[in-house]
Design a protein around this ligand. Structure first.
Ligand SMILES: C[S@@+](CC[C@H](N)C(=O)[O-])C[C@H]1O[C@@H](n2cnc3c(N)ncnc32)[C@H](O)[C@@H]1O
Length: 294
């Protein structure tokens, strides 16, 4: 099923939806219901939501123009049952009691990582960009080349959970300006001890995560979404959130649990089963939490 979806989207916006069966059953899609996909991406989850029951309507948000275009193509057959919204899910005008279910599948898509020119990956040489919203001005190059050493060390530590944040920041400041992803990755690798350089993950992984979070203001958008979205559910409506690292999962867990409007349905987060793990490496770190409006 997932491979078919991948085929339909084609090479333009390749993204296999994670935990798809768990999302669909967790949202308990109702015939005639109105759902919000706050991160439509290539439209993989959205398609499954639209197919899960009769006459489902969907509002689909993405801040990335390419993603929204891909989703429009992928979901064209559903016609005016889908409304597309280009924008950040944190600035969407949520109407109280309007959705039977909400999904957010956080972070970047595999499309972003696989498109060298978007500058998310240190595996390809590209401009240091990392913007999901191509209309914003702040890029990763601005942060790396203009922020002072202490600020860089701080974000690498806070948003990358990078232990060697200070020495990496020092090396970056010594060697900047940087223009490309690979130049930056090499400088980071040169700043860390040998054993760290050949560890389980590339030494630039955490710094790239931190930059991405900062450039896209990801944690602030998530915090706003967690406050604004639940009142837009109808009573009994469900919210499902997939996160990919602890900096996202922590506020999701905390805010769902502490919302006076919600009852959490997942004591522990749902994670991918063996079959999905074997098929889709991206599912490895995915955690799904679901709550229901009282
Ligand atoms: C993991 S992908 C979603 C993939 C999608 N579920 C699918 O099946 O194809 C995340 C998408 O959310 C978008 N996104 C991330 N943060 C966002 C935000 N704050 N507001 C709107 N879109 C956002 C990204 O541009 C990306 O396309």
């Amino acid at each position: 099923m997932e491979l078919e979806i991948q085929g339909i989207v084609g090479a333009e916006f390749l993204h296999v939806p994670v935990l798809s069966q768990e999302v669909i059953s967790g949202l308990a899609i109702r015939p005639g219901g109105h759902y919000l996909d706050a991160t439509v991406g290539g439209g993989g989850h959205s398609r499954l939501i639209l197919q899960a029951a009769t006459d489902v309507r969907l509002t689909a948000i993405d801040q990335d123009q390419d993603a929204l275009l891909a989703a429009q193509k992928h979901l064209a057959e559903f016609g005016d049952r889908v409304e597309f919204v280009l924008g950040n899910f944190s600035s969407y005008q949520y109407t109280p009691h309007s959705f039977d279910g909400i999904l957010a599948d956080l972070g970047v898509s595999s499309y972003h990582l696989d498109r060298p020119e978007r500058g998310f990956s240190f595996r390809h040489t590209a401009n240091l960009d990392m913007r999901m919203n191509q209309g914003q001005s702040l890029t990763a190059a601005d942060v790396i080349n203009q922020w002072d050493e202490a600020e860089l060390a701080d974000i690498f530590f806070k948003f990358g959970e990078e232990r060697l944040s200070r020495r990496i920041a020092r090396r970056i400041v010594e060697r900047r300006p940087f223009h490309t992803t690979t130049e930056l990755a090499e400088a980071i690798a040169s700043a860390v001890p040998r054993q760290y350089r050949y560890g389980r993950i590339h030494p630039a992984t955490r710094v790239f995560q931190a930059l991405r979070i900062v450039v896209n203001d990801e944690l602030r958008s998530l915090a706003t979404f967690l406050q604004q979205a639940p009142p837009s559910l109808v009573p009994g409506g469900r919210i499902a959130i997939i996160s990919f690292h602890s900096l996202e999962d922590r506020p999701v867990k905390h805010d769902l649990r502490n919302s006076p409007l919600l009852q959490v349905l997942t004591k522990k987060p749902i994670t991918a089963n063996e079959a999905e793990l074997a098929q889709n490496p991206r599912s490895r770190s995915a955690k799904l939490r679901i709550a229901q409006r009282l």
